[in-house]
Design a protein around this ligand. Sequence first.
Ligand SMILES: *Cc1c(COP(=O)(O)O)cnc(C)c1O
Length: 459
Amino acid sequence: MARQPSTKQLSDWDRKYLWHPFTQMQEWEQEKPLIIEKGKGSYLIDTDGKKYLDGTSSIWVNLHGHRHPALDRAIKQQLDKIAHSTFLGLSNPPAIQLARELIRIAPTGLTRVFYSDNGSTAVEVALKMAVQYWQQRRPEAGSKNTFLHLKLAYHGDTIGAISVGNIELFHTPFKSLLFPTLEADPPYCYRCPLSLTYPSCQMACLDPIEQILKEHHRELAGFIIEPLVQATAGMITAPPGYLTRVRELCTKYQVLLIVDEVATGFGRTGKMFACRHEGVAPDLMAISKGLTGGYMPLAATLTTEEIYKGFLGTYADFKTFFHGHSYTGNALGCAVALASLEVFGKEKTLARLQPKIKTMARHLQPLWQLPHVGDIRQRGFMAAIELVEDKETRKPYPLEERVGHRVAMEARSRGLLLRPIGNVLVLMPPLSTSLPELRRMVEILQASIETTALLPASG
Ligand SMILES: *Cc1c(COP(=O)(O)O)cnc(C)c1O
């Protein structure tokens, strides 16, 4: 193999040839890109050999750390057999075994696995399955072909996924392409849309949702929700019992419950899936990010036997689910996903995570004292700090101030990589993070907030 070009050369080529996701390239071109060459455990290592703590699990995907021996081995062993063969008309051993394992650990009632390759496609598949299900299985229910979702929802970046999403900044240019949906306010307690306080509110934000379901259930194929934590919205955590009520309402009004566990799945909330906290049985579930332990792009949409049966018939009935991707059921991805699930068993990942969750909460506690920390939200091993210009009035910083970004740059210079969402700093390290690493992350986070000049905006 040719020798790797110098960091300088790579930097130049990066700025000359690449277009990075969610990145203002005009600014990127002015900066020196951080080029990651290696990883080990909770650390990422750049081309100059500098080490950084991976405070976001490489944007929410990594679970057991980088270069985990069992995961590395699984890919190498699979590679000695075959990297990929199509799933259209053929099957393969790791995809079959992984499906069996996923159904074993999935929330009650989910019995079938449909693979794709990223979170957005897993969501698209769920939406399409829901719509086609109603047409074929329950034609008497009428044309149920739209969806209810929460404001500030994020379900991916493809057109269908953004149709059921609501992040103004990301979605505005595409408004004209999106299909119509119904929206409801999220349980954003820090900025309660009803100006109430939990628990005395008794989750009054569910009343308008029931109203929408009551009025529109004949048009609604499903209600799609990020269970327990609306991650991209800034880790908006739903109060306990909220998801249970959503399930009850969906059942009452015959609307499918689609849970998007792309961010919350695989232990992030402290249990394997967020639905498990409330014993909720969804009709469809999208998973991706943590599925392969952060190694390979792979996703799946899980559903019930009831929905699956809606697609059965002879070929001539044309009830087939006509959907698939070139890399569906990729053997390398499935092999490493299987290895990741094995690690959960062997290393008792979830049991060992519980004290870490408590430690994270304890370390974050003192940050409440900082003058610009408005809210700290944590669910399991997912945490967010919302910075505000005025703590008293909860006035947000204008986005153009880029306070989150500025704190993250400070943290980077101190050896911690973060990726904030606007004014919200997210801490979501690998589940395997050690207690000293966790302490170090929060120390750097605190110092970075303290030293970044977070002044009230001028004027
Ligand atoms: C990241 C994310 C997605 C999109 O997944 P991609 O793999 O980036 O397409 C969908 N839903 C949720 C909840 C996510 O966090």
